[in-house]
Design a protein around this ligand. Structure first.
Ligand SMILES: [Zn+2]
Length: 416
């Protein structure tokens, strides 16, 4: 009897001990991950937040509720998430490719860039404009977030190559050549009509030459596979993919095959992981949801062209569809599965993070910018050390940026 009691007591104590150890180690791990996250420079290479910035009354210095407003980035949440630097992309949806269309695209692009610089001026105690790789570190030391500018879709360049320098002078440091349908520069991975230039057009090649000369990073996300191979051949400096994942893990046209990942390593470029569920895990068939969405989207305007009332109405309806026909999100585990794979194929020096917040990005556990520390926690849990995490969270991208600038300097850009 006495022995039995002893055994029961011992096993109880053992169980309690194990539980404590487990909790303790989980707490320790989170603490360790947060310490690393705070220490390293964290950079997200892709957010479509300027789409929100141009909305009348949208204030970046105010914390927004992502569930109610759909907004994924503002300055208070960047601070909460410990994000030191971000590329805000001036995104222009593809439209008619003639002089009128090109002109409208250019005005909208300039308006978006202005909205970024105005927001920076208004919040100069919290953020600063970053033009060079070192600026991110300088601003971090000043306790400010670094704001870089990119352009998503080369459409606003139109047929006038001098626009590349105009955008460079406005602070643009990467250009995504193409978006979800073909433009005059390149083929899209997702154009329903398929390929048009068989990769990058002659005009696109000239634009890449101009980007190299000035020190603007060439971004191949959204391009089809031929665009990737052409860009590698044409660009004199390493290239980037500001928001793309691994195709061997999730079979999606926007993701890169292992062959492409090996080539980007050879090119000394970088693939920035993105938080779009459909690029992170195979979606389960959901016929009801797909047909409801298809009907809803028929004849729908681009979100960027909606007025405030139309946009509110759109969000309300999307929320309702999500509630009635839920589509389970990807999670942080999926993100790090892609990172693991890219590290295995291309190496630790060729992977980074570009969440695509405010452009569709946001998953379970990284729903908005305030939650990005969860990526670091998962990286630490899988055994990544501080030096590796530093590379993933921005070191790699900034190394590419330095190489791009070094080429431009050699090519005669004296402003670097
Ligand atoms: Zn995109």
């Amino acid at each position: 009897m006495k022995n039995k009691l002893l055994i029961i007591t011992a096993s109880f104590l053992f169980a309690v001990g194990c539980k404590n150890d487990k909790n303790q180690s989980k707490e320790d791990l989170i603490k360790r991950a947060y310490a690393i996250h705070d220490k390293v420079l964290t950079l997200d290479t892709h957010a479509d937040t300027p789409l929100r910035m141009i909305e009348p009354g949208f204030d970046m210095s105010v914390r927004h509720d992502p569930k109610k407003t759909g907004s994924k980035v503002d300055y208070p949440r960047m601070k909460e998430g410990g994000l030191d630097a971000i590329f805000f992309a001036a995104f222009v949806a593809q439209d008619i490719r003639d002089d009128d269309g090109n002109g409208r695209a250019k005005s909208l692009c300039l308006q978006m860039i202005d909205s970024i610089t105005t927001s920076i001026d208004r919040n100069s105690d919290k953020v600063g404009l970053a033009l060079n790789p070192e600026d991110a570190y300088t601003l971090e030391k000043e306790g400010k977030h670094a704001i870089y500018i990119g352009i998503e879709n080369g459409y606003p360049i139109g047929s006038d190559i001098s626009n590349v320098e105009l955008y460079y002078n406005k602070g643009v440091r990467y250009i995504t050549l193409v978006h979800s349908s073909n433009n005059d520069l390149a083929d899209s991975a997702t154009d329903p009509h398929g390929t048009e230039h068989n990769g990058i057009s002659d005009l696109g090649a000239k634009v890449i030459g101009e980007m190299n000369r000035l020190g603007i990073m060439v971004d191949v996300s959204h391009g089809n596979d031929s665009v990737f191979y052409d860009a590698i051949k044409m660009s004199k400096a390493p290239i980037i993919a500001s928001h793309s994942n691994a195709r061997a893990v999730t079979n999606h046209k926007r993701n890169f095959t292992d062959e492409m990942l090996k080539l980007i390593a050879k090119n000394r470029g970088v693939v920035q992981l993105t938080m779009l569920s459909n690029y992170l895990r195979e979606a389960k068939p959901n016929v009801m949801r797909d047909s409801v969405l298809a009907i809803f989207r028929t004849n729908m305007k681009e979100v960027s062209e909606m007025n405030t009332d139309e946009r509110d109405d759109y969000r309300e309806k999307i929320n309702l569809i999500n509630k009635r026909y839920p589509d389970p999100s990807a999670n942080v585990g999926h993100v790090v599965d892609h990172i693991d794979h890219i590290v295995k194929i291309a190496g630790i020096d060729h992977v980074g993070i570009g969440c695509d917040f405010d452009g569709g990005g946001g998953i379970d556990g990284v729903f908005d910018v305030s939650e990005i520390k969860n990526i670091t926690v998962e990286l630490v849990r899988r055994g990544y050390n501080e030096a590796q995490i530093e590379k993933i969270w921005g070191g790699n991208l900034l190394r590419v940026f330095r190489e791009v600038q070094a080429y431009a300097k050699k090519a005669g850009n004296n402003s670097i």
